[in-house]
Write a protein that binds this ligand. Structure first.
Ligand SMILES: [Cu+2]
Length: 555
């Protein structure tokens, strides 16, 4: 299939399947409903072959659960794990020893109010630094890359975990090395717990690693020896690197077993550049489930949905009541098809001749025969319909808990009346992504805000562009309004154009081409002196290609 036909086809599929999600529209367009059923059936068929048990956080080893009070050193090391069965994959990892046990990329556990006291020791040959994604800490402890740790050196972190309960995460943030280091394995989870969190676990009888399962969604490309391949062309360094294999918790083609009960998934999109359109499917249809939390913790109430986007850097907390499912067949976690809006054929991208479509290099799945193609799994382009994980239903003890009606005391978002600060997302035609026309300069604070100020930011993405998951360091924010959303977003949106996940506390908001998203940010913090942070796109290659700015919070 030619590139043009392929893209054209995907675009039509996106429109059709999105239409299928709207009650009423579904009945009026039997073609759409039929296409969706067919797509879901295909996904379920793909999942029947999934045979690798999902890696779960245990008491040691990869993703082992470790309280923050029980270690004082994190070593950044080169290591090796088995990702593809029978092959050793060299990776970069956070290595920790505690109580005689070894951990790689531990899933950290903290109670709100706990202290983090940890020394980062850099044992690789590149500068690195840990960024605690989503936590509100002072500039130095944020690990935003304005200071980095050279090879052989160390850095001490000391801060209080003041944030709401949620699943945060940690990853490298040394500018110039971020996409490569994250891709090669440097990333893991940080759970902060508070009273709301403990109440929810108690009410639903949830246990981390058993009935509450973290899912880290990543895409990777491997060579024939099982080594990770990261070799972006100039166009991919601009557009983003998308791997052809989908991994969950570094497991390819995974499955789990679950009883007929409420099960909780804490989902992180840890991919460099790929977004997912998540749904739980069974028997050719989407199952309803509940969105219970976002980046910055629990919503006020569970929201019933049947699909959601998740962009790089974002987290979602969801509850699935498997008693609603047919016990006779598995449930599949899927990424449904969508148009990734990579502005194919856009003629104002500026850096390519009309003969060569400027965004052609972003069509990641079209790289042709790669060594990975020999490994027998079909390649996954962004926006392709794909199975992520199969959930086999097993007989279980009777479970009579009900979905809670209240999760937290989170109040509705309000916007200050002052005029918004505009953040215009674009590109300069020279291979750089820009914010307000500027390319990242770590030495210059592109803007400053006053400590304690309540601001509205209007994030405006260009029409001919790519989606940008915009991540703010230092502060979380609330979404007030979406304007100019593309059809695939509008069809999932409610009042003021807001998506279900926009009801929560966010640190990363996905801004689609042509959209203007209004967010409210409270710049109050308890730290003395001026604080410097960064604001950037979490498509890691976009940030490296300039889509980041330094800002100062004036004391
Ligand atoms: Cu971006």
């Amino acid at each position: 299939m030619s590139k043009f036909t392929r893209r054209h086809f995907l675009g039509s599929m996106g429109a059709l399947s999105a239409a299928g999600s709207v009650p009423g529209v579904l009945a009026a367009t039997p073609g759409a409903s039929g296409a969706m059923t067919e797509e879901i059936t295909g996904i379920e068929k793909e999942a029947t072959g999934f045979a690798n048990p999902l890696r779960l956080p245990g008491s040691s080893g990869l993703f082992g659960v470790l309280p923050v009070s029980e270690f004082r050193e994190v070593h950044v090391v080169r290591s090796e794990i088995e990702v593809l069965p029978g092959r050793r994959t060299p990776i970069l990892a956070y290595a920790v020893e505690s109580g005689g046990k070894k951990f790689l990329n531990p899933a950290l556990l903290a109670r709100r109010g706990d202290e983090m006291r940890v020394r980062l020791i850099n044992r690789i040959d590149q500068p690195t630094v840990i960024h605690w994604h989503g936590l509100s800490v002072d500039s130095r402890n944020d690990g935003n890359g304005l200071t980095v740790v050279p090879p052989g050196r160390s850095m001490d972190y000391a801060f209080t975990l003041r944030d709401r309960s949620s699943m945060y995460w940690y990853h490298p943030h040394a500018h110039g090395y971020i996409p490569q280091q994250a891709y090669h394995g440097l990333a893991s989870l940080l759970f902060v717990e508070d009273d709301d969190e403990l109440a929810l676990r108690k009410e639903l009888d949830l246990a981390l690693g058993d009935t509450e399962i973290p899912l880290v969604l990543q895409d990777r490309e491997f060579d024939a020896q099982g080594r990770l391949r990261y070799a972006p062309t100039a166009a991919q360094s601009f557009g983003g690197w998308v791997g052809d294999r989908l991994l969950v918790n570094l497991t390819e083609r995974p499955f789990i077993q679950a009883g007929r009960r409420i099960i909780r998934f804490r989902i992180l999109n840890g991919s460099n550049a790929r977004s997912y359109r998540l749904a739980f499917v069974q028997g050719g249809r989407r199952l309803g489930f509940f969105l219970t939390g976002t980046d910055g913790g629990l919503l006020a109430q569970p929201l019933r949905i049947d699909q959601t986007f998740i962009s790089p850097g974002q987290r979602l907390d969801v509850l699935v009541d498997l008693r609603e499912a047919d016990p006779g067949m598995p449930v599949t976690l899927a990424s449904l098809s969508f148009d990734p809006m990579h502005a194919e054929g856009g003629h104002d991208m500026g850096h390519a001749s009309p003969a060569a479509p400027p965004m052609a290099g972003m069509d990641h799945g079209q790289r042709g025969a790669t060594p990975a193609a020999e490994l027998s799994t079909p390649m996954a382009m962004e926006g392709d319909a794909r199975a992520l994980m199969r959930i086999d239903l097993k007989p279980s003890a009777k479970y009579e808990r009900r979905m809670p009606t209240v999760l937290s005391s989170l109040s509705a978002a309000t916007a200050p009346a002052n005029p918004p600060r505009r953040m215009q997302l674009g590109h300069n035609g020279k291979g750089n992504w820009t914010i307000n026309g500027g390319v990242f300069d770590p030495k210059v604070a592109a803007l400053s805000v006053q400590r304690g100020a309540r601001e509205t930011w209007l994030i405006e993405n260009a029409e001919r562009s790519m989606p940008h998951p915009m991540h703010l360091h230092g502060f979380s924010f609330r979404v007030i309004e979406r304007l100019g959303s593309p059809t695939l977003v509008r069809e999932l949106a409610g009042a003021r154009g807001l998506l279900p996940q926009d009801q929560g506390v966010l640190d990363t908001v996905h801004v689609w081409p042509g959209e203007s998203v209004r967010v409210a940010i409270d710049f109050a913090h308890p730290h003395a002196g001026d604080q410097d942070y960064v604001y950037h796109c979490h498509t890691l290659e976009h940030a490296e290609a300039g889509m980041m700015l330094r800002y100062t919070v004036k004391a």
